[in-house]
Design a protein around this ligand. Structure first.
Ligand code: PLP
Length: 409
């Protein structure tokens, strides 16, 4: 049945192409700024010390076995995940208005949300979901795979290299009433640009007025600012305002558990007499979706995260580990900006490097410049000019700044 005529060759994932080109490059001074995972100052993967401790605790547990987890996941993990994102005093958690499922990391959580909404969102099936322009590339495929079409709202201003707040606001105002709006909870990927708290409040106002449904993708809590509360502020604000919403939560970046696929999907109903009944029904439907797709989520990463999240001393240590990662990244932002300004005059044109937050920065470099840096200096970044701060270290940041400086002159 299948021939090369009826199965077209899929386009190569641009990230994989970039990684392969980097690996092939034999020049020693090459720099990988495509990388989507934290690296230490020696450009090496970093196992969080607190994760090592949790791993030892886990290995010593005489009752450890390899049975299936429940369909909803490890209960100690999902309850701690709720508290982490919504806060221990969250009205939604206290009033039992949250349905939580352990998922295959953040990707699986985004997918679970998309699948649930594609089946149950009470709107015309051709109503699109709205993404920021640009957004994490995978959003497009995850939602189109479940049959949801998408449109975009303006987000990044190429002029200011910051948020196009007016553009975003007016697009949300003119989107059809009751649209699903995908929002990055913090450390927007790929731009590194987040709304301020005042701007979030305005965004909430428009979403409320237009009866839109907010869907938060939260892949960087604690990793962005080093402070778990700060990075969850937008989600908590929306919940405190009584919004019905959902959240895809990843533990890949903040625990360095990339390959272990620890994540959670949360659905929150708005307060009201029907809230608990509705959440019970949503929970029951999510069970069917989970069962048919993965049956039972993977245990190891959730066990590690759960040990840390439920132990006050380990939790504190985790916060210190988060500050180590976010602190190194913030330091690299300062060093990169400092060197660029030293080379290029302090005209403020590199301010966005330190204004932006999280793993990524949108440099404003054009595709032509990106390719020239790759060819001339062996510095690898995605064609949209996004650089991963995790790829910078004290050994290569000045070299990278010089390479960037050469192509922008
Ligand atoms: N959402 C965003 C915006 C991301 O940047 C990522 C990771 O890069 C994810 C979700 C999901 O990552 P994972 O599936 O590894 O948790």
């Amino acid at each position: 049945v299948f021939t090369s005529d009826n199965v077209p060759q899929a386009p190569e994932d641009p990230m994989f192409g970039l990684m392969a080109a980097y690996r092939r490059d034999t020049v020693e001074k090459k720099v990988d700024l495509g990388i989507g995972a934290y690296r230490d100052d020696n450009a090496k993967p970093w196992v969080l010390p607190v994760v090592k401790q949790a791993d030892e605790i886990l290995r010593k547990d005489p009752n450890l076995n390899h049975e299936y987890l429940p369909i909803a996941g490890l209960a100690d993990f999902t309850s701690a995940a709720q508290k982490l994102i919504f806060g221990a005093d969250s009205p939604a958690v206290k009033e039992k208005r949250v349905a939580t499922y352990q998922t295959i990391s953040g990707t699986g959580a985004v997918h679970m949300g998309g699948l649930f909404l594609s089946k149950f969102y009470p709107r015309p099936s051709d109503q699109p979901i709205y993404f920021s322009s640009p957004t994490w590339v995978n959003h497009n495929q995850i939602f189109s795979n479940v049959g949801l079409s998408s449109k975009t709202y303006p987000y990044f201003s190429t002029k200011t290299k910051g948020l196009d707040f007016e553009g975003m606001q007016s697009a949300l105002e003119s989107a059809p009433e009751g649209s699903i709006i995908l929002l990055h909870a913090c450390a927007h990927n790929p731009t590194g640009v987040d709304p301020t708290r005042e701007q979030w409040k305005e965004i909430a106002k428009v979403i409320r007025a237009r009866k839109h449904f907010p869907f938060f993708d939260c892949a960087y809590q604690g990793f962005a600012s080093g402070n778990l509360e700060n990075d969850a502020w937008a989600v908590r604000y929306f919940v405190s305002e009584g919004f019905e919403l959902c959240v895809a939560q990843s533990f890949a970046k903040n625990f360095g558990l990339y390959g272990e696929r620890a994540g959670a999907f949360h659905f929150v109903t708005g307060p009201g007499p029907d809230a608990v009944n509705t959440i019970g029904r949503i929970f029951s439907q999510l069970a069917i979706l989970q069962r048919s797709e993965i049956s039972n989520p993977p245990a190891y990463g959730a066990r590690i995260a759960s040990i840390v999240l439920n132990d006050p001393a380990l939790f504190k240590e985790w916060e210190a580990n988060l500050r180590t990662m976010s602190g190194r990244i913030i330091d690299m932002r300062k060093k990169l900006r400092g060197k660029l300004e030293e080379l290029n005059g302090k005209d403020g044109s590199w301010r966005h490097i330190t204004d932006q937050i999280g793993m990524f920065s949108f440099t404003g470099l054009t595709e032509k410049q990106v390719l020239k840096i790759r060819g001339d200096a062996h510095v690898y970044m995605t064609k949209n000019g996004r650089i991963s701060m995790a790829g910078l270290n004290t050994g290569n940041v000045e070299y990278t700044a010089e390479a960037i400086d050469k192509v922008v002159r």
